[in-house]
Design a protein around this ligand. Sequence first.
Ligand code: IPE
Ligand code: IPE
Ligand code: MG
Length: 244
Amino acid sequence: MLSVQPNIPATLAAVPRHVAIIMDGNGRWAAARHLPRAMGHRRGAEAVRKVVQGCIRQGVSVLTLYAFSSENWKRPAEEVDDLMALLRFYLKREIKELHNNKVSVRFIGDMAGLPLDLQQMVKDSEALTASNKMLTLVIALNYGSQAEIVLACRKLAGKVARGELDTAEINEESFGAHLQIADLPYPDLVIRTSGERRLSNFLLWQSAYAELLFLDVLWPDFDEETLAAALDDYKTRERRFGGR
Ligand code: IPE
Ligand code: IPE
Ligand code: MG
């Protein structure tokens, strides 16, 4: 896996193969309606269903969703508990439907830091849907890009220490191969909702040449039309990968 994708010509892009979304703004959506934040998260989970359907319809191959960052543990325990409960509920309710739609579900992040029952659900969901080919849905859960990069360094250093790898063999390609979703293409389009213009520790290495799209829409309001508009915007981008 190359860190950039020079096989894509420097012309107008068509449908992105990999769309990655920082689903932000659930709290503000709820606050604007004088509702508890948990309601915003619940409506956010409904938006996930729409974006999955949209990606299937539009022919996107990989959709990565940032569901919970390794920094989100800093939130009040009650909100963290709400989010974990919602994840359980979502996985339990949606996994059959995702499987029926031939969606392969994968997770990135530090699964060992999750409650044990969720770890089991993660494994079961991956096993059930592993051979599906319609869409790969990657859920970033307890995910932090810097931690992922550090872990890759540690794995490479271990190989060097054991004499399995020469330091000269550490390059963009071998480094990328030690990241969590090394078999999938890197994101072509990274979308962040809620008007914030930052990456918040999401796929930093993998997004080196991604097109970035910052939308003011709050995540619970994101629907198939929003996705279609985002993909239209992507079509207007000219990707150069450093060429001309
Ligand atoms: C995104 O919405 C969901 C997660 C980070 C889990 P937020 O909860 O961050 O919503 P805002 O940013 O406070 O509006
Ligand atoms: C990023 O959103 C994480 C997820 C969407 C899961 P945050 O709301 O946690 O990001 P910051 O704190 O505004 O940077
Ligand atoms: Mg936020």
